[in-house]
Design a protein around this ligand. Structure first.
Ligand code: GDP
Ligand code: MN
Length: 372
């Protein structure tokens, strides 16, 4: 369960992790009142359970209460990566001296929590780790041992000396949150150095789905789920949102993962993982295509189906039914049970399937890049 920023921020606050003053708002008028109360410029932040809001236009700086009202009006009701924006966090804008990254996640290789720190925060940490691995420190914490100071000293070796003491304190509190809420991830990015010291300007908290939350969580779960992922689950589909622009539908997790790999190998980036499962009828396929269309990210859809108990004619019918709402090109690879019928249905709708997955991936990536 991924919490929204305001929920994660509330947990941080309770744990004594400093956050800028602010409030959750649901109307432009409220945004204006909060801005008046805070005094000075405010940052308005769309509360949607997807990352990279800054780049997607979901974070706005308002210099005055009037401007806060105007900007809140444009953000509220709009969609960010296909998710309607229903609430904003309005916080006092901080004067940032430097941006850091601090997070804890589970390292699946060593099967223990790992602390991650970088003095180059505020940007995509995976990108920093890829281009400048020396700027990212990772220190595993053996869970039975607790948080020994020597591990934190290693973690913060890259930190400016004047911030180390504060970082130590903060890391202890963050580790407390990680354990208490049974998280898969807690992340502060950016952790900003300001005049008043370090401030958590963003809060990302993912609670393990097998954790049975107590009282303190009531009402959080529904609010935090990606509405498209929830809708998919209800329709019996596994849908996971990713960051790229090639929409992918397949049957079976293995085939879908192989398709993701092929798209990456062909130089593309998957927009989602979508498994229609075994034996899907046309309606479920149609629903899957609609979800990809509504996620608002994909520039092309690649359907890769191996017919076993799933029948190619049902898949083709579902695709054809949904083409009206799709609005993007679709590349289809179909093979197996009722393949000939499926291909005929596609042909009647003017769709020409490709013969191999490799061909499909290459064509989809070319279309996403605008080449065709
Ligand atoms: P994300 O893009 O979804 O991770 O959203 P963030 O909450 O991390 O905000 C994106 C970026 O906006 C941050 O990396 C900061 O650079 C900037 N930002 C957020 N809050 C403030 C603020 O109070 N003051 C200033 N100057 N920049 C901010
Ligand atoms: Mn962030």
């Amino acid at each position: 369960m991924r919490l929204l920023e305001w929920q994660g921020r509330e947990i941080f606050e309770r744990a004594g992790i400093p956050v800028p003053p602010g409030a959750l708002v649901k109307s432009p008028q409220e945004a204006r009142r909060v801005a008046e109360r805070l005094g000075g410029p405010v940052v308005l932040k769309a509360q949607v359970p997807v990352g990279g809001r800054g780049k997607a236009g979901g974070i706005k700086l308002a210099a005055t209460p009037i401007q806060a009202e105007e900007l809140a009006g444009t953000l509220l009701g709009a969609r960010l990566k296909g998710v309607p924006v229903e609430a904003l966090l309005a916080v006092r804008a901080a004067e940032i001296r430097s941006e850091h990254y601090l997070g804890i996640t589970i390292d699946r290789d060593s099967r223990q929590p790992v602390f991650i720190y970088s003095p180059s925060g505020g940007v995509d940490i995976e990108e920093v780790a890829r281009t400048r691995p020396e700027a990212v420190a990772k220190v595993p914490i053996p869970p039975l041992e607790g948080l020994y100071p020597f591990r934190l000293r290693r973690l913060f070796a890259l930190a400016p000396a004047h911030l180390r003491k504060e970082l130590f304190r903060l890391a202890g509190k963050l580790y407390g949150v990680f354990l208490e809420y049974e998280c898969n991830l807690v992340e502060i990015n950016p952790l900003a150095e300001t005049e008043e010291g370090l401030l958590a300007l963003d809060a990302k908290v993912i609670i393990d789905d097998d954790h049975r939350p107590g009282e303190q969580f009531s009402g959080l779960a529904e609010a935090a789920e990606d509405p498209l992922e929830a809708e998919a689950k209800e329709a019996g589909l596994s849908f996971v949102r990713l960051d790229g622009d090639v929409g992918i539908i397949g049957n079976g997790a293995g085939l879908v993962m192989a398709t993701l790999d092929l798209v990456v190998q062909a130089g593309g980036q998957p927009a989602n993982f979508l498994d229609i499962g075994g034996g899907a009828r046309a309606e479920r396929v149609q629903k899957a295509v609609e979800l990809v269309a509504r996620s608002g990210q994909a520039k092309v859809l690649l359907v890769n189906v191996f017919g076993g108990i799933t029948r190619c004619d049902e898949v083709a019918r579902g695709i054809v039914e949904a083409t009206g709402v799709l609005g993007i090109p679709v590349v289809v690879r179909l093979t197996g049970t009722n393949e000939r019928e499926g291909k005929e249905i596609l042909a009647r709708a003017g769709l020409v399937p490709v013969d191999t997955m490799e061909e499909g991936a290459a064509q989809a990536v070319a279309l996403a890049k605008g080449g065709g």
